[in-house]
Design a protein around this ligand. Structure first.
Ligand SMILES: NC(=O)c1ccc[n+]([C@@H]2O[C@H](COP(=O)([O-])OP(=O)(O)OC[C@H]3O[C@@H](n4cnc5c(N)ncnc54)[C@H](O)[C@@H]3O)[C@@H](O)[C@H]2O)c1
Length: 322
């Protein structure tokens, strides 16, 4: 299967490229490299350096690449930028997405996946959220993810050949995540701790998050592309249902980072985390129930949080110390 991955040079997109190659498919990447990087991709993968907002250039990508399916990951994903620049956020996340959808429909593409966000879809929730809960997005970024789902469902009703799947990820983490932005708390903490720099936890650190490992997310995409679907449109949660507090996360990462430093005879100890004021709009708790995708596509997470944190710390250590 030829799968066009928008945002394929990004963190999740790059892992999806790997999963597709391993399963014998042909990944094709469209990305404007605003946060993506060619380092995330094997050199032989076909890459189109195009912005999804550019309808003409994107149409040419569709004509040249002949995809059978789309996995849409390109997005503006900073919540704070979405608050500061809601029009820009909507240009990428809504108008760019509509370009992808219209071209997919025109070309008779049969399956389209949409990277949605459980964190922003369900808002503050202390017990694992199931897909039938009402949406409660609280930021322009969240509105675009919800709107994106609505559009995908609409297109599957409008174009009989098209099946659509929204994958509502919880907090995705793992190797290659950017430690620059605001979202990848694990990437930020791991890279700072490995360099014996102090980290600041926003608030008291009791906030509860559901962290899902990136290769598990890539495998969910693969299943949603390959498996027959009984529904024309379906939303699936992708998470573990297990909560980890930010304090627990920091303690585990500190232990793994210290191990990596000790192995390399780095003398100084990692400073204890400090606590800053809570960040406006941060959720107290967000957990995701993935029973539906387990029952319908036989997906469940394979990498538990401690294994994932250790592997991620090792990956950052290799990069920082080599
Ligand atoms: N990382 C998470 O925890 C998480 C959680 C829920 C949902 N998501 C969603 O998953 C998707 C991928 O996220 P990620 O963490 O891999 O982020 P990322 O920033 O690594 O990947 C996004 C990719 O999209 C590209 N891109 C951005 N704007 C573009 C444009 N206008 N045209 C073409 N390409 C463009 C970027 O260059 C980048 O390669 C996003 O849609 C995001 O909203 C991520």
């Amino acid at each position: 299967m030829r799968v066009l991955i928008t945002g394929g040079a990004g963190f999740i997109g790059g892992h999806l490229v790997d999963a597709l190659l391993e399963a014998g498919h042909t990944p094709l990447v469209v990305d404007n490299f605003s946060s993506g990087d060619t380092d995330n991709l094997p050199s032989h993968v076909e890459v189109f350096d195009v912005d999804i907002r550019n309808r003409q250039e994107l149409a040419q990508v569709f004509r040249d690449s002949h995809p059978d399916a789309i996995s849409h990951h390109a997005a503006q994903l900073s919540v704070s930028r979405s608050v500061r620049e809601p029009a820009y956020d909507a240009e990428v996340n809504i108008l760019g997405w509509l370009n992808v959808l219209e071209l997919a429909a025109q070309q008779g593409i049969q399956r389209v996946l949409f990277a949605s966000s459980g964190g922003t879809y369900y808002g503050n929730i202390h017990t694992p959220a199931t897909e039938d809960l009402p949406p409660k997005p609280a930021s322009p970024y969240g509105f675009t993810k919800l709107t994106g789902e609505y559009y995908l469902e609409f297109f599957t009703r409008q174009y009989p050949g098209l099946t659509g799947v929204s994958l509502r990820y919880s907090n995705v983490y793992g190797p290659r995540q950017s430690s620059e932005g605001e979202a990848g708390v694990i990437a930020i903490f791991a890279s700072r701790m490995l360099q014996a720099q102090k980290i600041t936890i926003n608030g008291d650190g009791s906030a509860l998050r559901d962290f899902v490992y990136v290769t598990d997310v890539a495998r969910a995409n693969l299943l949603a592309l390959e498996q027959p679907l009984p529904h024309r449109y379906r939303a699936f949660n992708i998470g573990t249902g297990q909560g980890t507090t930010i304090n627990e996360l920091a303690a585990s990462l500190q232990a793994y980072a210290q191990e990596e430093r000790n192995r390399r005879q780095k003398k100084s100890a990692i400073p204890e985390p400090e606590h800053g004021p809570p960040r406006a709009g941060d959720l107290e708790a967000n957990l995701i129930d993935a029973t539906r995708i387990h029952q319908e596509l036989d997906w469940s997470p394979e990498i538990d949080i401690q294994t994932g944190l250790k592997q991620t710390t090792e990956w950052f250590a290799e990069r920082i110390f080599s």
